[in-house]
Design a protein around this ligand. Structure first.
Ligand SMILES: *Cc1c(COP(=O)(O)O)cnc(C)c1O
Length: 217
């Protein structure tokens, strides 16, 4: 399965985040040995344990909701935080990145699903953050793009329209705030059930778990 997905992604210059949450290091290593280097986790404590147990050339992505008081644990090594959904969180990431003498790459998470429970910003809230003078003072974070989760549904046209919405938010933010920022190029969308639609709609990072690892308990 890894090979099939990797081939389709490479045709579109997109990358795979192998979502290894709930699976132990022993399940991750076979993918690593096949060349996969980007892994995604949604809980800080679990990420921490796997970071310690596994090879250090893995790029760890935090894809789940992040509480400010936990940023310090992952700041020394995390490669990309997909789930920035508030200015306060961004400030804390900047503070911890500075302490570690790093620049931490982040994505802004948007609420695109019709479900109520998902985290994420509106385009207006994001514009508020990006136009805040305090934002331009933050030298230890870099906003590299956007992330979103579509509604969990069999209705493919709904899913597609939500991905189109995220792409249009990306385009609009890029032209308003990132015109001269080539690093603002990531659109993190697509999971096991909808990654092919996401790819058609412009995804650059797909986050796939169960399709690679089987169902989670
Ligand atoms: C668990 C998770 C995924 C992967 O889900 P699958 O359906 O198993 O591919 C992707 N993104 C986020 C934010 C997740 O929490």
């Amino acid at each position: 399965m890894l090979e099939v997905i990797a081939q389709k992604l490479s045709e579109k210059n997109a990358r795979l985040v192998a979502v290894s949450k709930t699976h132990p290091p022993g399940r991750i290593m076979p993918l690593y040995l096949k060349g996969q280097r980007i892994f995604g986790e949604n809980r800080v404590q679990e990420l921490q344990q796997k970071y310690e147990a596994l090879p250090k050339d893995i790029e760890w992505h935090l894809i789940g909701h992040l509480q400010s008081n936990k940023v310090k644990f992952i700041a020394p090594y995390v490669s990309l935080i997909h789930s920035v959904d508030s200015f306060d969180l961004l400030k804390e990431i900047n503070r911890q990145a500075l302490k570690n003498n790093r620049v931490i790459d982040c994505l802004l998470q948007f609420h695109i699903a019709s479900e109520e429970s998902k985290f994420g910003l509106s385009e207006q809230e994001a514009a508020g953050i990006l136009s805040n003078p305090a934002f331009s003072e933050m030298k230890n974070i870099r906003i590299c793009g956007v992330m979103g989760m579509a509604t969990f549904t069999d209705d493919q046209s709904l899913v597609r329209s939500e991905f189109k919405q995220l792409k249009s938010i990306f385009d609009s933010l890029r032209s308003r705030f990132f015109e001269n920022s080539p690093w603002f190029h990531e659109i993190s969308m697509g999971m096991s059930g909808d990654w092919e639609i996401a790819l058609e709609e412009g995804s650059t990072l797909v986050r796939i778990g169960s399709l690679l690892f089987g169902n989670r308990n």
